[in-house]
Ligand binder design. Structure first.
Ligand code: ZN
Length: 212
């Protein structure tokens, strides 16, 4: 094992989160599709055997990176990233149910907040969720017109080298969360830097104003 491989195995997502991502991907590409992707990514052990529904940190960051690499290779970069974005949207919807108690963004107090505050509170809740329950490291920066979501240790592109930002799973998750928070509006969500490109962080710009 090389030094890089050893280092990659130090960071984990909780089983529950990995399970939701796999179920979301299955929603998007079907059971046969996900079996083929897991096979291609050398993750045969996960076929029909998703991680258990608990908070144990057992799902390696590099396995999530391999999964995304397999999507791009099998479907082509453009289609693969479209599938990753759709998986991210499904991931939010599954995740909202599973993490409701941790996130605290479904209760009446939250629902009564004005939209601007709802966006701020939900992004802060996501950042806390990742920083407290996973090995992902996130920093949220607030500007008058947008939020910058900086991921300093990112599982989505872990171990990858690409020629454009590739954390589409995260972009899809934010698109759907803002759609849900705003009761059906669309927002600009764009990944502007990515560790897979050699940048220091995976940074996603999230507009505070809806497009429509
Ligand atoms: Zn990334």
């Amino acid at each position: 094992m090389t030094d890089t491989e050893q280092e990659q195995q130090l960071y984990y997502y909780p089983n529950k989160m990995a399970r939701i991502i796999l179920l979301s991907l299955e929603d998007v590409i079907g059971r046969n599709g996900i079996s083929a992707v897991l096979n291609f990514a050398n993750l045969h052990h996960l076929i029909d055997n998703y991680p258990p529904n608990n908070f144990d940190r057992n799902f390696r960051f590099n396995d999530l990176g391999s999964l995304h690499c397999a999507l791009d290779t099998m479907y082509g970069q453009r289609a693969g990233r479209g599938l990753a974005t759709r998986t991210g949207r499904a991931y939010f919807n599954h995740g909202l149910r599973e993490f409701e108690s941790v996130l605290g963004i479904s209760n009446l107090t939250f629902r009564l907040l004005p939209l601007k505050m709802k966006i701020k509170v939900s992004l802060e809740a996501f950042a806390d969720l990742y920083n407290n329950h996973t090995d992902q490291v996130v920093r949220l920066e607030e500007h008058p017109d947008m939020f910058c979501w900086h991921t300093e240790r990112c599982p989505v592109c872990w171990g990858r080298e690409t020629d454009s930002p590739c954390c589409h799973l995260a972009v899809g998750m934010f698109q759907e969360s803002l759609f849900w928070v705003s009761g059906g509006k669309h927002f600009m969500v764009e990944e502007v830097s990515c560790i897979a490109l050699g940048d220091p962080t995976c940074t996603i710009h999230i507009s505070r104003q809806p497009l429509d």
